[in-house]
Design a protein around this ligand. Sequence first.
Ligand SMILES: Cc1cc2nc3c(=O)[nH]c(=O)nc-3n(C[C@H](O)[C@H](O)[C@H](O)COP(=O)(O)O)c2cc1C
Length: 156
Amino acid sequence: MVKAIVVYESKYGNTKLVAETIVEGMNQVPGTKAMLVELNDADLNKMGDFDAILVGSPNHMGRATRSIAKFIDRLGKLNLEKKRGAVFDTYLGGDFEKAAKKMEKQLREKAPGLTLVVPGLSIRVGGMKGPVADGELPKCKEFGVKIATLMKEKEA
Ligand SMILES: Cc1cc2nc3c(=O)[nH]c(=O)nc-3n(C[C@H](O)[C@H](O)[C@H](O)COP(=O)(O)O)c2cc1C
């Protein structure tokens, strides 16, 4: 059984919906157990129990929220050898850099043991408070299915 945890922060609920949909996709793949946890409820000491750790954040000024950035720093203090990871963000648009890119860079620097299995996913929202833009949610489910499938292949 591949165990995964999706940790997210969400001010208005859009990143939460994205995270839920990713978990749904992952759990569609037999032999995968993915769970969802809001950042405030995430227990750092339990992260070692999971084969994959996914981290999601809304884009705030071209980067992840401060709390998510802190969480990634803390992940770096754990032994995450052989673990898999992926990141995702929600964004409004414009010329800002995608938060997912910065999160990936930070993870590579701080937690090199965690291998990023797929490129980060950036999901567009229609306004500051949402909703998630048309056609974006299916990408979240596909992202979840893809990660879980890759994890199963590695396990076999
Ligand atoms: C303080 C703040 C800064 C933001 N900065 C950006 C930004 O730089 N680029 C962008 O595309 N969206 C930006 N947004 C829009 C957020 O990406 C959007 O509110 C978020 O995706 C909604 O997700 P949530 O419902 O999970 O909070 C910003 C939102 C807030 C509240």
